[in-house]
Design a protein around this ligand. Structure first.
Ligand code: PEP
Ligand code: MN
Length: 264
């Protein structure tokens, strides 16, 4: 079902007036984690003002260590839904377990599967029965074939609205947090009809690399971007402040994209 052989036209996912796939560039921006009503409201305002269409933010965070901040949970979903509605943005949030799919689907417009859960088959099966679009992140050690098979689980369950997200893979390089695999963009678009989104934030782990890798992703043909932005990255509640853009950097980058995107 994910293959272009069986479905030659690009899949276009329509949510409200936003179309994902098929030519227009969608930008999702926001903090790694929802921290407070004030934080998510202010960031939503800035994402909207910069021209973004989707507010990102995690209420359930998959952390490497069990003692790290794990997200604020359902309250965070509610805060983000309110901020999205108030500022006219769609919302995307990560769901980590099958039991939380229904509540996340109640509050968010798009459900995100994190890199660590790409092969959580119970979660993928549950998402197949859900009526919300899914952004599936590539496992940090997954091949394209494994990635497309993970998408297949969701599609096979009856949910046709899946986007693929390249978020960097693990290589021998340690200077960057991950290695953003730009080739994944054209390769996946060739093998599949699903929209391909790039995540230059987790893909590099370094703020100064987000701008060039965003532009490189657009040049490679990405259908959209998911970018971390924070009003106070140095004091963010996850370690992802180091890769978060400041609001003025986010706005300047989106302005530059408006010049680039028509070329694609
Ligand atoms: C995130 O988007 O904040 C996140 C945890 O991403 P990933 O699953 O790609 O690490
Ligand atoms: Mn993050």
């Amino acid at each position: 079902l994910a293959s272009r052989d069986f479905h030659p036209e690009d899949t276009v996912i329509s949510i409200g007036d936003v179309k994902i796939g098929g030519g227009e560039l969608v930008v999702m921006g926001g903090p790694c984690a929802v921290e407070s009503p004030e934080q998510i409201d202010e960031i939503a305002r800035l994402v909207k003002a910069a021209g973004g269409q989707v507010l990102r933010g995690g209420a359930f965070k998959p952390r490497t260590g069990p003692y790290s901040f794990q997200g604020i949970g359902v309250e965070g979903l509610i805060m983000m839904a309110e901020a999205g509605k108030k500022h006219g943005l769609l919302t995307i949030t990560e769901v980590m377990t099958p039991e939380y799919v229904d509540v996340c689907a109640e509050y968010a417009d798009i459900l995100q599967v994190g890199t660590r859960n790409m092969q959580n088959f119970d979660l993928l099966r549950k998402l197949g029965t859900c009526n919300k679009p899914v952004l599936l992140k590539r496992g940090f050690s997954a091949t394209y074939d494994e990635f497309l098979n993970a998408a297949e689980y969701i599609l096979a369950g009856g949910n046709p609205n899946v986007m693929l997200c390249e978020r960097g893979i693990r290589t021998f390089e340690t200077y960057t947090r991950n290695t953003l695999d730009l080739s994944a963009i054209p390769v996946l678009q060739g093998l599949s009809h699903l929209p391909v989104i790039s995540d230059p934030s987790h893909g590099t782990g370094r703020r100064e690399l987000v701008e060039p890798m965003t532009k490189a992703s657009v040049a490679a043909g990405a259908d959209g971007l998911i970018i971390e932005m924070h009003t106070d990255p140095d004091n963010s509640m996850t370690g992802d402040g180091v890769q978060s853009l400041f609001p003025d950097q986010f706005a300047a980058l989106l302005q530059d994209l408006e010049k680039l995107a028509p070329l694609v």
